[in-house]
Design a binder for this molecule. Structure first.
Ligand SMILES: Cc1cc2nc3c(=O)[nH]c(=O)nc-3n(C[C@H](O)[C@H](O)[C@H](O)COP(=O)(O)O)c2cc1C
Length: 199
């Protein structure tokens, strides 16, 4: 084989390899990304103290490419894992007295989005009161809300229908509850399966 011929066959082999590579990448991407989210503006708004819901939110962000927004209280909760009793008592008091804890300013304008994921841990069989404040603040009429949550036994605990009641003019799609303890392991496959079934 002369030099030119060798060069030509090398280029051919490399081109075929590269072409099949790029085809594979596209195929994987299409399989992973639900077309439902294509060309839609997506936000993921979440609240988390011990980071289970944070991990969940970050996985949704990776899979949808949406804007990740953390809801943080002006007055921080006790997040010391050795003082969880304190957090539980404080949250109980808040729920019982139906307070609306203020949240720090967030870069979120509901009009900018088509789909908003909202994520939270179940606290005292309902949403943390900071999400009561959140839903008092924004009007989701005409928007799509997709709830997700972590818990330690309550599942979604009726919180998805609470959101439906608060936002009667929004479309609330099928949510996903995951046990907080399971977030120690990667939940990408479970989350991907759920997202791919959303229509
Ligand atoms: C104040 C408080 C109240 C909770 N109430 C419930 C509950 O009613 N039902 C339940 O299944 N889990 C409950 N849990 C467990 C949390 O939902 C669970 O640990 C969650 O994964 C924590 O999320 P985070 O790590 O994002 O903060 C509660 C936890 C705390 C701290």
């Amino acid at each position: 084989m002369n030099k030119t011929l060798k060069m030509l066959s090398l280029v051919t082999v490399l081109s075929i390899a590269l072409l099949s590579c790029s085809k594979e990448t596209v195929a994987v991407k299409q399989g992973e990304t639900n077309m439902f989210f294509k060309d839609k503006k997506v936000a993921i708004v979440y609240f988390s103290v011990s980071n289970n819901t944070k991990k969940f939110a970050e996985t949704i962000q990776k899979l949808t490419g949406g804007d990740l927004i953390r809801l943080e209280p002006v007055v921080a909760y006790n997040s010391n894992p050795n003082e969880v009793k304190q957090l539980i008592a404080d949250a109980k008091k808040e729920t019982e007295s139906d307070v609306r804890p203020e949240f720090k300013s967030i870069n979120f304008n509901v009009a900018d989005y088509d789909i908003v994921f909202v994520g939270y841990p179940v606290w005292w069989y309902t949403l943390p009161m900071i999400f009561y404040t959140f839903f008092d603040t924004y009007d989701f009429s005409g928007k799509t809300i997709i709830p997700f949550n972590t818990h330690e036994g309550s599942g979604e605990g009726g919180t998805y229908s609470t959101i439906k009641k608060w936002e009667p003019n929004a479309t609330i799609l099928e949510g996903l509850p995951i046990r907080g303890g399971n977030m120690a392991k990667d939940q990408t496959e479970t989350i991907k399966k759920w997202l791919n079934n959303i229509k």
